[in-house]
Design a binder for this molecule. Structure first.
Ligand SMILES: [Zn+2]
Length: 85
């Protein structure tokens, strides 16, 4: 753990518990032209580091952004519903 695994791993799937909730903590450009991503699984606390090409990193970043927005909206909806109840 800690090093960059050159093998390609499924980006959005936890290697420890297969959870699809694993999310990126940070993106770092690498000298190789790839992007190094630290990621964390909220279900089993697995943390590792993967390298992928910039396009894949961007796709993942966008997906995460969208998921978080949806989450925020869902929470807001609940709060509004609670406030109106
Ligand atoms: Zn996991």
């Amino acid at each position: 753990m800690g090093g960059v695994d050159p093998r390609s791993k499924p980006l959005t799937c936890c290697p420890a518990c297969a959870s699809r909730l694993i999310y990126p903590l940070s993106f770092m450009p690498h000298t190789s032209g790839r992007v190094v991503i630290d990621r964390r699984c909220p279900e089993c606390e697995h943390v590792d580091r993967v390298a992928c090409d910039p396009a894949a990193a961007e796709t993942w970043a966008r997906r995460e952004q969208r998921l978080r927005l949806e989450l925020v909206h869902a929470v807001l909806d609940l709060e509004i519903a609670a406030a109106l109840a």
